[in-house]
Write a protein that binds this ligand. Structure first.
Ligand SMILES: [Zn+2]
Length: 236
């Protein structure tokens, strides 16, 4: 009989610890009784006995220091789930200020969207749904080799299928003047240079982690080359 009582106390203690672990280390007698009755049906016949002991045991648990409490958890083999870890499943909160956020999805118009695109488009769109703000669809069409004309229509259609409608569509090719303007500013600051190496030799420099000789151009030389380039581009 004595041994059995011991077991009963241990069972109550275990349920007390489980309950306390969920509520900042403080157990509640009613909740502990409920938990024992639902998970240990064999003990329902001893409900009275259990009820008479729970108050005292819960009192003991609620008196434990944090260290003592953690030791008891270990002793009873109780693993507490980390609430923070649980929170991080799904779309994580973005750091910083979320007011008027702007997200963008920027595909090449080289064909219909595929699963990789969806993986990028959906989270961006979901953040806009969560925080407000806007979603920009930017069509990256400055490389003629990667343009498939029907894709200009397919992309917004495919997005719609995913439940995504962009607030604004930007075509990169409409913005060459802006890019040229910034490129010139970078050259004037000495932050960019014009490279006239052919592709093969440039690749060789790059693969050997070496700067190409054009890097030593003066700002004036670079600007001259830039002007030539712009004149040439304007012919097309
Ligand atoms: Zn070069």
């Amino acid at each position: 009989m004595g041994r059995q009582e011991n077991n009963l106390e241990e069972i109550i203690y275990k349920h007390g610890l489980l309950n306390a672990a969920k509520h900042k280390n403080k157990a509640n007698s009613g909740a502990v009784i409920g938990s024992i009755m639902s998970s240990e049906p064999d003990l329902r016949s001893q409900a009275k006995q259990i009820s008479s002991k729970v108050g005292e045991i819960v009192g003991q648990i609620n008196e434990l220091s944090v260290d003592e409490f953690n030791n008891k958890l270990m002793e009873y083999g109780i693993v507490v789930e980390d609430k923070h870890e649980k929170k991080e499943t799904g779309l994580q909160e973005l750091p910083g200020n979320h007011k008027d956020i702007v997200m963008r999805f920027a595909p090449n118009p080289s064909g219909p969207l595929h699963i990789g695109h969806a993986r990028s488009a959906v989270p961006n769109a979901e953040y806009v749904k969560r925080y407000g703000g806007k979603l920009i669809l930017r069509i990256e069409d400055t490389d003629p080799k990667r343009i498939y004309e029907p894709a200009y229509e397919m992309i917004p259609e495919d997005l719609k299928w995913l439940g995504i409608e962009a607030d604004e569509i930007v075509y990169q090719s409409d913005r060459f003047d802006i890019y040229y303007d910034y490129a010139r500013q970078l050259i004037e600051k000495g932050a960019a240079y014009m490279c006239t190496c052919d592709g093969d030799s440039f690749r060789e420099f790059k693969d050997n982690c070496q700067a190409c000789p054009c890097r030593d151009n003066t700002v004036e030389e670079n600007l001259e080359l830039w002007d030539e380039f712009e004149d040439m581009v304007m012919l097309f």
